[in-house]
Design a protein around this ligand. Structure first.
Ligand SMILES: NC(=O)c1ccc[n+]([C@@H]2O[C@H](COP(=O)([O-])OP(=O)(O)OC[C@H]3O[C@@H](n4cnc5c(N)ncnc54)[C@H](OP(=O)(O)O)[C@@H]3O)[C@@H](O)[C@H]2O)c1
Length: 385
């Protein structure tokens, strides 16, 4: 029977993992690290995770442990917590997932040092049987060698070029977990891009999903619409992770990804019905168009090279507003080069070892969850990408 310690339970993936764990009779205890002032407040936050989709919170099996990955005393606190003495499975899904450049110090503190703290405590547990480090497939980076490719589960490349500090911090976090947890106990699980849910339920998070809504509002798209997008639904990711951790594994590292089910932005946007009456059609534009648009939005008249987008310029001037367009473009800035990477992550290890089957393509399942996208305020999301 598993006695689990889970980090990130109030997040998109961690919330799904907490609920999925509570539904298996193989988890005797599910102790969740939650940011809060005390265990009672942590429990209140955790109960909210279960409440979202009406799942039962079983207080006899679920333990909320207040704690912060960035706390220097975390290891001591975990070691002293009576409910954590017999933990035999750690699932470390907590992380700061911000794409903001100025957050790099927090990303290092939370993702790299936080992993060190959790791994250091876990490695001292006599009862530890398995440690799942939730990484990300995007640690592959953005070099020429990894663009437009189907990537396998290679070792982290310390010299890889990264588009944002987040992926770099996750690469360093994985290296930390590998250094601290014995190889026979460690499983590194690297999801690709999590977006939405296959069920007709409100997704736990609109991270990434806001990009679709932002593009729908902006009516302009500044990268290759046919680039491969390896997107998976969060419920599939949680189910794959639990199958991996509760079954027989032949490898240390696994992608949890779409693989052959990967889609494209064009298909994904079409699935959410991006055409809207009274608004210009979605325009697929170049990088130089992007620079000209940014310069027009900052000041002055549109460059003559933008004349082919006269309808879009009029819409921004008189409908959306230049300020909103500027905010959307600034939030989307980090994502265009990601899309252009056109990466697919090989999932044959996952499929072979779990028998889970390919996930439904994003352009299919998103048709069901598109209704919830209407609740997203892309301006708010773009301000804190
Ligand atoms: N989303 C994706 O597309 C994606 C793709 C690949 C891999 N991943 C990985 O999957 C994992 C989960 O991602 P997610 O999308 O679920 O992220 P998320 O929704 O942003 O959730 C992050 C979780 O980590 C917790 N956390 C953040 N800082 C913390 C701190 N200092 N101390 C304690 N807990 C802290 C958050 O708690 P609060 O509620 O207190 O903020 C939240 O529970 C991460 O390791 C991420 O790198 C995500």
């Amino acid at each position: 029977m598993w006695k689990v310690f889970l980090t990130g339970a109030t997040g998109f993936l961690g919330g799904e993992l907490a609920v999925a764990l509570s539904k298996t009779d193989r988890a005797e205890k599910i102790a969740c690290l939650v940011r809060a002032a005390c265990d009672a407040e942590a429990r209140e936050r955790l109960e909210g995770v279960f409440l979202l989709h009406g799942d039962a919170y079983d207080p006899d099996r679920i333990v909320a442990v207040a704690g912060d990955l960035s706390d220097d005393q975390l290891e001591t606190r975990l070691a002293g917590h009576p409910a954590l003495k017999d933990i035999n499975l750690v699932i470390h899904a907590g992380a700061n997932t911000s794409f903001l450049k100025q957050k790099y110090p927090v990303l290092v503190e939370t993702n790299v040092r936080g992993t060190h703290r959790v791994a250091s405590w876990a490695s001292q547990l006599a009862s530890l049987e398995a440690f799942a480090h939730i990484g990300t497939a995007t640690i592959a980076g953005a070099g020429e060698d990894v663009m437009g490719k189907t990537l396998g589960e290679d070792e982290p490349n310390l010299s890889a070029r990264h588009l944002v500090g987040y992926t770099r911090s996750k690469m360093l976090a994985e290296v930390t977990a590998r250094a601290m947890i014995p190889g026979n106990k460690l499983t590194v699980i690297r999801p690709s891009i999590l977006l939405g849910d296959t069920r007709r339920v409100v997704p736990r998070s609109f991270d990434i999903a806001w990009i679709l809504v932002a593009i729908k509002q902006l009516r302009m798209f500044f990268c290759n619409p046919d680039a491969v997008c390896d997107i998976i639904p969060v419920d599939y990711a949680a189910s794959a992770i639990l199958r991996l951790m509760m079954g027989h594994r032949r490898h240390t590292t696994y992608h949890v990804s779409a693989g052959a089910s990967a889609t494209t932005c064009r298909k994904t946007l079409e699935a959410i019905d991006y055409e809207e009456s009274g608004k210009p059609p979605l325009a697929f534009c170049s990088k130089s168009d992007l620079d000209l648009m940014k310069s027009w939005l900052r000041n002055g008249d549109p460059d003559s090279a933008l004349s082919m987008y006269a309808e879009h310029i009029a819409y921004i001037r008189c409908g959306l507003g230049k300020k909103k367009a500027r905010i959307l473009l600034s939030g989307l800035e980090a994502y265009w080069p990601f899309i252009d990477l056109s990466q697919r992550f090989d999932n044959s290890r996952l499929l072979a070892d779990t028998g889970i089957g390919l996930p439904e393509p994003a352009h299919e399942y998103l048709k069901r969850t598109a209704v919830y996208l209407q609740d997203i305020d892309p301006i708010e999301a773009a301000s804190n990408p």
